[in-house]
Design a protein around this ligand. Structure first.
Ligand SMILES: [Zn+2]
Length: 106
């Protein structure tokens, strides 16, 4: 982290262009609501979009596991063991997001 790092995000009512969701890896259609964030980390600017439901699931999972920052769980990049951890939780609490990640009940 450097001293001028920042991160800010907000929910927007409709994106102008389609984007890829950072959390599930699927497309967010244009004109759909989305969570949009921008920031600077280690000198690099970045922007990201997430489905509103995926954002909610990601934040709720971070609250549950207390994994933030570099430890934050990005569902689409999770390995097999991590999927085994959050899969059942997602199915129970955020079934829409579980479906986007192709997580199936046992
Ligand atoms: Zn998503």
């Amino acid at each position: 982290m450097s001293y001028d790092d920042f991160h800010s995000g907000r929910t927007i009512k409709a994106t102008r262009k389609p984007h890829t969701c950072e959390q599930c890896g699927r497309k967010i259609e244009a004109e759909m609501p989305a969570y949009y964030a921008a920031g600077k980390y280690d000198g690099h600017f970045y922007t990201q979009h997430e489905h509103v439901e995926c954002r909610a699931a990601g934040m709720a999972y971070a609250e549950t596991t207390d994994l933030w920052g570099e430890e934050f769980t990005w569902f689409q990049h999770a390995d097999h063991d991590m999927r085994a951890d959050f899969g059942p939780w997602l199915l129970e609490h955020h079934p829409i997001v579980a479906e986007r990640l192709n997580i199936e009940p046992d």
